[in-house]
Design a protein around this ligand. Structure first.
Ligand SMILES: Cc1ncc(COP(=O)(O)O)c(C=O)c1O
Length: 506
């Protein structure tokens, strides 16, 4: 089969002169800086059209479907975002009802906004001890579907940003027994099918539509993603229509070639590449598991939270039991060791390992974590010595003082919901109604009891902690204050200082 990325390369050496877009005319001297202008073309002869694929792009998408075992696959050059918008729009009629996990990415909420959908939320089982979301309970899905017969589709995120996989098989069977499709946001799981070391992909677990960002976990350029259609419960024609609506009419050939090159490489050498990668990963995990204060999390440490499986390429370092929090660990890794992690949360830092990692990179991470762990051990033994020698000195109530203190403070938080981002909020209005209603700005503390007309997210992971139409609670405000104190990135509110919030005018 002809490969798009090879055809582009060969075309870049030919003497065809472009009297067509793009405006740089493949001339590297038309602007300063280095860009892949030589391969950046438009829909010229021989290069097909993503929105009406008949040739090389049709074959490329068919090959992606073969690799993943889907009925049909669609390229996205606007990430999983466009694919999620399309899947939801195709599966649920305008103004209809959807059952969705409350820990979905903001793109799902944007689909609700654009299509005026009524959500029923399922909250993931939370592990309050570690501050991590668990999986989605199949029983809960069943109950919601029984109670809401007008729901047209179920949507969950699996794996989560942290690598938690839900029981997709059982959830798919339940959804199907109620006559509705299951959409799985597998944005973080495009690598699953290349090694048994990872969980089984939702494509093989009965989901009807599966969305994967290639750029997140595979060697592909940012913005690249795939939408896999795995049954006829969602109409292929509708998916195509909406992929055309939510994506540019001028999809980048550089991005599409990157998808094609990624698929070609993995189809040919994926098994071997992943064998080496998972070997390195396993050695890395074994080494990191020896650290006692900065603990590498594993699925068995998060028991009882509907965790069906766990993606071990996620390197989750818990700071619970150490003297530092997630944000501080991230800062140390960045500033002292020049390691930039994927995400920081209150009690942990997340590093992503992929097939693109080098052994040297993984070793640098091990060395850094071991060094920080050693320092923490020294601090802890100094603390123990001090306590033994000075038994009458009152303890301060510092949240991260020690493992016992952290445990106590977490137990009380578990009762109040404090610290857990996805606290249950009362949904008073649909998203479009709240976003488009007349609004008024209030200082954060004075907004309690009012209906938000804004989103608020911790970014990453970009999951809304407040959705327009939800009633603002005191707990939400306290959580926001704490995130700000800890230096976590809070986004979404129109006031970038997060001191005020817009609410629906009464
Ligand atoms: C769970 C999840 N779904 C969807 C997306 C959107 O993916 P993309 O950036 O490829 O549009 C993200 C992005 O972080 C995500 O974390």
């Amino acid at each position: 089969m002809k490969r798009l990325y090879k055809e582009l390369e060969s075309y870049s050496h030919k003497d065809y002169y472009p009297f067509h877009m793009p405006g740089h005319k493949r001339n590297p001297f038309s602007v300063d800086g280095e860009f892949p202008f030589d391969r950046d073309i438009t829909e010229i002869n021989g290069f097909d059209n993503l929105h009406h694929p008949m040739g090389i792009l049709r074959e490329a998408q068919e090959e992606a479907a073969r690799i993943y075992g889907a009925c049909k696959s669609f390229y996205s050059v606007n990430g999983s975002t466009a694919a999620i918008l399309s899947a939801v729009s195709a599966a649920v009629s305008k103004g209809g009802e959807i059952l969705m996990a409350r820990n979905c990415h903001k793109s799902v909420y944007h689909a609700l906004y654009l299509r005026d959908l009524q959500p029923t939320y399922i909250y993931p089982h939370a592990d309050h001890k570690l501050g991590i979301n668990g999986g989605i309970s199949p029983r809960h899905v069943e109950r919601c579907l029984e109670e809401n017969p007008n729901i047209e589709a179920v949507l969950i995120t699996s794996p989560t940003y942290d690598g938690i996989v839900s029981n997709v098989k059982e959830i798919a069977e339940i959804a199907h027994s109620h006559g509705v499709p299951l959409i799985v946001d597998e944005a973080h799981g495009a690598h699953f099918c290349f090694s048994d070391y990872f969980p089984v992909s939702a494509v093989d677990m009965g989901a009807d539509v599966v969305i994967q960002s290639l750029h997140k976990t595979l060697p592909a350029m940012t913005q690249t993603a795939l939408l896999h259609l795995c049954s006829d419960r969602v109409e292929s024609g509708k998916i195509r229509r909406f992929m055309g609506v939510y994506q540019t009419s001028s999809p980048s050939y550089v991005l599409m070639a990157s998808i094609d090159a990624c698929m070609d490489k993995l189809a040919r050498e994926g098994r071997q590449m992943f064998k080496e990668f998972t070997g390195n990963l396993d050695t890395t995990r074994e080494r990191l598991q020896k650290c006692r204060h900065i603990r590498l999390l594993d699925a068995d440490m998060m028991g009882g939270t509907e965790i069906y499986d766990y993606d071990r390429s996620k390197l989750l370092f818990s700071t619970v039991g150490s003297s530092i929090n997630g944000s501080q660990l991230h800062t140390i890794l960045r500033e002292e060791f020049h390691l930039e992690m994927e995400m920081e949360a209150e009690y942990y830092v997340l590093g992503m390992a992929t097939v693109g990692d080098t052994q040297e990179g993984l070793e640098r991470l091990c060395n850094a974590i071991e060094e920080i762990d050693r320092r923490e051990a020294e601090k802890a033994s100094a603390e123990t010595w001090k306590e033994a020698g000075e038994p009458n000195i009152p303890q301060d109530s510092g949240e991260y003082r020690d493992a016992k203190g952290a445990e106590d403070s977490r137990e009380s938080k578990e009762k109040t919901g404090e610290g857990h981002p996805y606290i249950r909020m009362k949904q008073m209005m649909r998203i479009p109604q709240a976003l488009e209603a007349p609004e008024r700005r209030y200082p954060l503390e004075e907004s309690v009891g009012r209906i938000s007309s804004e989103f608020a997210y911790l970014y990453p992971p970009g999951i809304p902690i407040l959705v327009p139409g939800e009633q603002i609670t005191g707990l939400f405000v306290r959580n926001v204050r704490r995130y700000m104190e800890q230096g976590l990135e809070l986004q979404g509110l129109s006031d970038s200082t997060n001191e005020t919030i817009c609410v629906v005018k009464e």
